[in-house]
Ligand binder design. Structure first.
Ligand code: ADP
Ligand code: MG
Length: 504
């Protein structure tokens, strides 16, 4: 399935320091909100933007005596995500309490999976350009609860707490430190997002914070990473800093670049990088310390006594596996192989699952390349220009397919098809009916074309003499005939008749 890809060995981003070259090592912990109508351990709704504290079950508010009940759907979503990244599914996993105090965490602990995550090792194939890919190893995915939200900017004297997000299911997806540069980090997050959107396990809305990443960055001398890979010994790598809660691909890249340069300056100055958690300040374009490892909380993890270990059956996992949608890599490979699309076009068409669905509806039973040209150049071009998406497109897949059918039948030329597209865009309607009722049909009636050719020839004797001496000038007649017929004459027929009449 992946034959069409070339896997490159990691080519790290190299930053020149004042004294030597440095390479980057990056590992990401991505928090993905599970797409589910209800929370991980309660039936409360997860609707975004609801009235504060309206989606809160007693257990979310940690009322005494309330007990968590696992949401089977959220577990299935985590399993589905694991299968989507070729990961091992652990039939037995367990929930632990991660204890800490925060006003928006009424329980005083977060239920998470430290020791026995539901998903084990997997991999994400990251696209680094058309046909070029890189593997990033995944260490684990575990399920955990999200915390609530403290609101500090509504009142000068008070803070508010909104518990709507408390207890919403998150998947924490932990990568190995296999990412070697800022662009690769962004490409990794986009690929994860794409896979989860195809699977329907996370909506990937980064703006709403439904997908956010903690970015671990360290620097090392050239060659050190290879020694880590050979031995698995982390001591070959530099000390890392973790940049918390990034929810923009652009900021992830800027933060990594800033952080790497900060660490290089420290080390080249004879200092040591201190392992710590940092925050990225987008306004200043820099990271600053949030808390150091020494001050880090002791979370006193222990198995949650309210929840039995989670045991799932292989048959249940197999059912989920049997019901998986086609994922982006497979879809892209199929578009390249079966439809003859370029790697680039297939990449554009599969980037968003909705776009891929639209394209598949247009190309169904039609020429794939022609469908791809229309969808990418005419439709996407226009949607982008007007800030729309395929879901809000004024032209449906059925309508666009109709346009392509009319071209294929020879009813309209490519040029008229663009006019027709414009009419569909602004007025809507059925393509075939519009072509009929507005007389847009291509003239393939040779008699009519011949008459038009004769008229032009008769009216331009001087041009005829010139064309006879220089056959290249026959194009002028073709242009005149097309003009005279309002662009509706079949160009091939016009070419042939002009050549014939001029005796070329
Ligand atoms: P913790 O649980 O203390 O945060 P982990 O070992 O789970 O530590 O690592 C968290 C993340 O940090 C992982 O994504 C891992 O790949 C990454 N990481 C570990 N060591 C390094 C390093 N030297 N440089 C960059 N990233 C690293
Ligand atoms: Mg961590």
């Amino acid at each position: 399935m992946l034959d069409h890809l070339t896997f490159t060995s990691p080519e790290p981003k190299v930053i020149q320091g004042a004294k030597q070259d440095w390479e980057l090592v990056i590992g990401l912990e991505v928090h993905a909100q599970v797409a589910s109508n209800a929370k991980l351990f309660s039936g409360a709704s997860t609707t975004f933007g609801a009235e504060p504290n309206s989606n809160v079950a007693f257990v979310d508010a940690a009322m005494p005596g309330m007990l968590p009940v696992i949401n089977e759907f959220c577990v299935a979503q985590a399993v589905r995500t694991g299968l989507g990244i070729n990961a091992a599914i652990n039939l037995r996993s367990a929930f632990d309490r991660k204890n800490y105090f925060y006003p928006d965490l009424p329980q005083g602990y977060q239920i998470s999976q430290l020791y026995h995550p539901i998903v084990g090792e997997g991999e994400v194939i990251v696209d680094m350009g058309p046909g070029i890919a890189r593997r990033v190893r995944i260490e684990r995915i575990h399920l955990e609860q999200d915390a609530g939200k403290s609101i500090h900017d509504m009142d000068p004297n008070m803070s508010f707490v909104d518990l709507n997000r408390t207890g919403v299911a998150l998947m924490e997806i932990v990568s190995r430190p296999d990412i070697r540069g800022p662009e690769e980090a962004a490409a990794y997050v986009s690929k994860l997002r794409q896979i989860m959107r195809y699977l329907g396990t996370c909506d990937g809305n980064m703006q709403n914070g439904n997908l956010r990443a903690d970015v671990n960055v360290s620097i090392c001398a050239p060659g050190a990473y290879e020694r880590y890979q050979e031995t698995g010994d982390f001591s070959h790598l530099g000390t890392r800093c973790e940049i918390k809660n990034m929810n923009s691909l652009r900021f992830i890249q800027a933060a990594i670049d800033y952080e790497a340069r900060r660490q290089i300056a420290i080390v080249e100055d004879g200092g040591k990088v201190v392992q710590e958690t940092r925050l990225y300040d987008a306004d200043k374009g820099e990271t600053r310390s949030m808390r150091s490892k020494e001050e880090a909380h002791d979370y006193r993890y222990f198995p949650d006594p309210d929840l039995l270990p989670l045991e799932i059956e292989q048959a249940w996992v197999d059912d989920i596996a049997a019901d998986m949608p086609e994922l982006p890599d497979a879809k892209k490979a199929r578009f390249v192989k079966d439809m003859g699309l370029s790697e680039y076009d297939a990449g554009v068409l599969t980037a968003e699952v909705e776009n891929a669905d639209y394209f598949e509806a247009v190309s169904q039973g039609r020429d794939g390349k022609q469908a791809a040209n229309w969808v990418i150049n005419e439709l996407f071009g226009r949607l982008n220009k007007e800030g729309l998406t395929v879901e809000t497109s004024p032209v449906s897949a059925t309508q666009l397919g109709g346009v392509i059918d009319l071209i294929a039948k020879g009813d309209i030329s490519g040029k008229i098809a663009k006019d027709l597209f414009e009419i569909l865009w602004t007025e809507g309607g059925d393509p075939a009916e519009i072509v009929d009722s507005r007389g847009m049909k291509q003239v393939t009636d040779l008699g009519a074309i011949e008459a038009a050719v004769d008229d032009i020839i008769a009216a331009n004797p001087a041009q005829v003499e010139k064309a006879k001496a220089n056959p290249k000038l026959a194009g002028w007649f073709v242009g005149q005939v097309l003009k005279a017929t309002g662009g509706k004459a079949n160009p091939a027929a016009v070419n042939e008749l002009v050549a014939q009449k001029l005796g070329l």
